[in-house]
Design a protein. Structure first.
Ligand code: CUA
Length: 450
């Protein structure tokens, strides 16, 4: 008897949970209402079977429970009952499978007027490419991928010259226009998912896959990778911003094309030396850093990282978090660099400064730090030299007090708080793997040995 009561409570509880639970689908923001319908039908079919089977079981437990002197009747065959059961099961299975076939037929039939966006996945970030005015994407080849050509675009292919390249995890698309996402992976399996769009697709190395949708709601939607792709999988986030047509056109016009990027002049270290005078007041004339002024060492840090940080300060992505007083100081200082070219110049000058050893100021358990560092090594490298392809700066040879403070700031959300600071946000997520305060010192103490 208690077993029957448990079964009935399970059924009632499940139904109540389904209707009262706060966890529902995100609001639909694309044309794929069919997917929701398919999921609903499956849920109702399986839900109906779940309720009927469990209540029938409870009924049997009560009705045929042990009674003294009662004997069970043996009935191994019942043709009529079997016909009914087979028939009902067949209808249920057909109900669940058929809608999916219709959805899939539509999913592989991309509208002819769909515009194309290429989403490229790699451990652990997203980048995007749009065809230029010629409407065609240039040829790409994995062997051409380099620091200067992260998309591997063939420089000989005229279609590639006007390709718009977006080297950050945020794509824009216009509302109410079908868009075909071409999907390409540089390394392992990934999966491009925006929950509100309902459709998703794997990225397979060596293959081009695709999916399409018509966004129906303007707004900013989070991109998730839904294929386990390594230690940073959970932090492989991005965004798709659905714009009104005019906003989209304006945004697209501001982006860099492949030919513009190839033609960009390298920074001029001689001009940069004069502009560096402002930085030298805190960071030192040799870029050696000054702990008393909270200015970290700059010498030895790669150009791409220095530039991204200065640009992040300039564009309000960094130095805006609550309690980031030193970051706020930097926001004021970078204002003395009027444009991107002057940032390139200063960075070029910093590249000429000698990479002298820093003074060790942090003590910790080096052996424990080494164990904890294995997570960092995936991106920053076992030698702590950093990896541009993974957007990971150099750690070895840096001001150790600065590393420790930044790790704490990432953990506390002081740094990486801006929704568009994707790499800061990523570090925020990964820094949560450090469980205690001592772990920060231990890791930095280990980095000091690299
Ligand atoms: Cu990429 Cu998970």
């Amino acid at each position: 008897m208690p077993f029957a009561v448990v079964l009935i409570l399970l059924v009632v509880g499940s139904i109540l949970f389904h209707f009262l639970s706060p966890w529902t689908f995100t609001e639909l923001a694309s044309n794929w209402g069919m997917v929701d319908l398919t999921v609903d039908i499956t849920l109702y079919v399986t839900g109906f079977v779940f309720v009927v089977v469990n209540l029938f079981m409870a009924y049997c437990v009560i009705r045929f429970r042990h009674k003294k002197d009662a004997r069970a009747a043996y009935e191994p065959e019942n043709k009529k009952l079997e016909y009914w059961l087979t028939g009902i099961t067949a209808v249920g299975v057909a109900l669940m499978l058929t809608p999916g076939l219709f959805v899939w037929a539509k999913f592989v039939d991309v509208p002819e007027d769909a515009h194309v966006v290429e989403a490229i996945g790699q451990q652990w970030h997203w980048t995007y490419r749009y065809p230029g005015v010629d409407g065609k994407l240039g040829e790409v080849d994995a062997e051409r991928i380099s620091a200067d050509n992260p998309f591997g675009i063939d420089p000989e292919d005229p279609h590639g010259q006007d390709d718009v390249i977006v080297y950050n995890p945020e794509a824009h698309i216009p509302v109410d226009r079908p868009v075909k996402f071409l999907l390409r992976s540089k390394d392992v399996l990934h999966n491009f998912t925006v929950a509100q769009f309902r459709v998703k697709m794997d990225l397979v190395p060596g293959m081009n896959t695709f999916m399409w949708l018509t966004p129906t709601v303007p707004g900013r939607f989070e991109v998730l990778c839904e294929e386990l792709c390594g230690i940073g999988h959970f932090a492989m986030r991005g965004a798709v911003v659905v714009d009104e047509a005019a906003d989209f056109d304006r945004w697209l016009a501001q982006q860099t094309t492949f030919s513009e990027q190839s033609a960009r002049a390298a920074g001029n270290a001689t001009i940069g030396a004069a502009q560096y005078a402002v930085c030298a007041a805190c960071h030192g004339s040799q870029g050696e850093g000054n702990a008393a002024l909270n200015a970290p060492k700059l010498a030895g840090q790669p150009a791409w990282y220095l530039k991204r940080q200065v640009m992040s300060y300039k564009t309000g992505l960094r130095g805006v978090g609550p309690g980031d007083t030193y970051g706020q100081q930097m926001v004021g200082m970078v204002a003395t660099l009027p444009d991107e070219a002057s940032v390139d110049n200063v960075v070029a000058h910093i590249q000429t400064l000698p990479d002298n050893a820093t003074v060790t100021t942090i003590d910790g358990d080096i052996a424990r730090g080494q164990k904890l560092y294995t997570v960092c090594a995936y991106c920053h490298g076992g030698d702590g030299m950093g990896r541009q392809a993974l957007n990971a700066p150099r750690l070895s040879g840096s001001s150790d007090w600065y590393l420790a403070r930044q790790l704490r700031h990432f953990k506390e959300g002081v740094r990486g708080a801006h929704p568009k600071d994707y790499y800061g946000y990523q570090m925020g997520l990964l820094s949560q793997t450090l469980q205690d305060e001592q772990a920060v010192d231990d890791i930095v103490a280990y980095i000091n040995t690299l």
